[in-house]
Design a protein around this ligand. Structure first.
Ligand SMILES: Nc1ncnc2c1ncn2[C@@H]1O[C@H](COP(=O)(O)OP(=O)(O)OP(=O)(O)O)[C@@H](O)[C@H]1O
Length: 345
């Protein structure tokens, strides 16, 4: 088995040009993903968390090369003899590794063709690989069953399915090629609260049974608390904290993470609500503030934060923070929920 990380992302960037005037002159850039680096081990679940617009979806899409990054690399090593840079790979090379990675999207209502049966939808990636029809039938039925779908219902169309069942169809389609890497982009946020736990439990079970590596995108730390091994927090295109689940929740080392954690629902309703209300707007990726992008909203900011951008640095083994005061601030965390099996609704 390979000792290399499954995925090594280095200095990844995605800049969108801002054009204006009749001549569509480029007057600036939206830095949607700005110099992001991290590694993902085989079988690891990385939670990718941050407010709307911070670049989570763009990062996920760049990694699986649904869109082309502006710069940087994403070395993907799905096997001992296969290792390619997804960021720079040509079309043919990408096609050869496509079956090893996939993405599940937020909205199961718009991501399924209404004119195809569920059997056809799930089998589509295999058909694209020219897998024989008999094998497609077997593999579709197997993965559908693993995803909690009744094989007798596979000849139905998506509109006969509820939101949760449709997301199961999306998950089955994403897994039918036996990928090793799955990017799940807010896979439960479009679903009813009562269904969210079922889909999270399903993803967790599949991750364990299939030894999948996950990048699990969420805007809320409570969603990834149960499923992630490590968590990366993004703010305006950059990772500003990265640590093991336990360290990040119990001892955050960035004021933005502290604020996100304060909004995580407390198990004990008698505990005082100490939600930190962040003032001001999320900084614009087109025109970010000077220094630390978070400083205009940070209650601990000093002069240095206005002037100098703090790099993401390892402040203790495995715990990375991009705060000038990471070592000296005593930030409030939460007790992470123990993983005691399935989430109960
Ligand atoms: N095609 C595009 N052209 C220009 N700007 C874009 C494009 N796609 C995304 N952006 C901008 O890039 C930034 C990051 O967007 P992205 O959708 O990745 O954020 P996100 O964290 O996933 O947000 P959400 O949780 O709302 O999906 C935003 O400022 C967004 O407006």
């Amino acid at each position: 088995m390979s000792t290399k990380p499954l995925l090594k992302v280095q200095n990844l960037k995605k800049y969108y040009p801002i054009e204006s005037g009749l001549m569509r002159k480029v007057t600036g850039h939206v830095k949607a993903v700005d110099d992001v680096s991290f590694e993902l081990a085989q079988g690891e679940v990385l939670g990718l968390v941050g407010e709307s617009g911070c670049g989570k979806t763009t990062l996920g899409r760049c990694i699986i090369r649904a869109i082309d990054p502006t710069a940087g690399s994403a070395q993907f090593t799905p096997g001992d003899d296969v290792s390619i840079d997804l960021a720079s790979a040509d079309k043919k090379t990408l096609q050869s590794v496509r079956p090893h990675m996939n993405m599940v999207f937020q909205d199961p209502f718009s991501s399924l063709s209404p004119r195809m049966t569920v059997r056809e939808i799930i089998g589509e990636p295999l058909r694209a690989q020219r897998v024989p029809e008999r094998e497609i039938t077997q593999r579709v039925e197997r993965i559908a069953e693993m995803c909690g779908l009744n094989p007798a219902h596979l000849s139905r169309y998506p509109n006969a399915f509820s939101g949760g069942q449709r997301q199961r169809v999306c998950i089955a389609r994403a897994l039918v090629t036996n990928p090793v890497l799955l990017v799940a982009d807010e896979p439960v946020s479009a679903l009813d609260v009562s269904i969210q736990a079922q889909i999270l439990n399903l993803l967790q079970r599949l991750q364990r049974e299939l030894n999948l590596s996950f990048i699990f995108v969420a805007h809320d730390l409570s969603v990834v608390e149960h499923i992630a091994d490590r968590v990366a927090v993004m703010y305006v295109g950059k990772i500003i904290e990265l640590a093991s689940n336990e360290d990040l929740y119990s001892r955050p080392r960035h004021p933005y993470t502290e604020a996100l954690l304060s909004a995580v629902p407390k198990p004990d309703p008698d505990l005082a609500d100490e939600t930190i209300i962040l003032g001001g707007e999320v900084a614009s990726a087109a025109n970010p503030p000077s220094g630390c992008y978070f400083h205009p909203r940070c209650r601990y900011a000093g002069d240095v934060c206005k002037n100098a951008a703090p790099p993401l640095r390892e402040i203790e083994p495995g715990h990375w923070s991009a705060c000038h005061f990471a070592e000296s601030l005593d930030l409030a965390g939460v007790v992470p929920e123990q993983d005691e099996g399935e989430i109960v609704t």
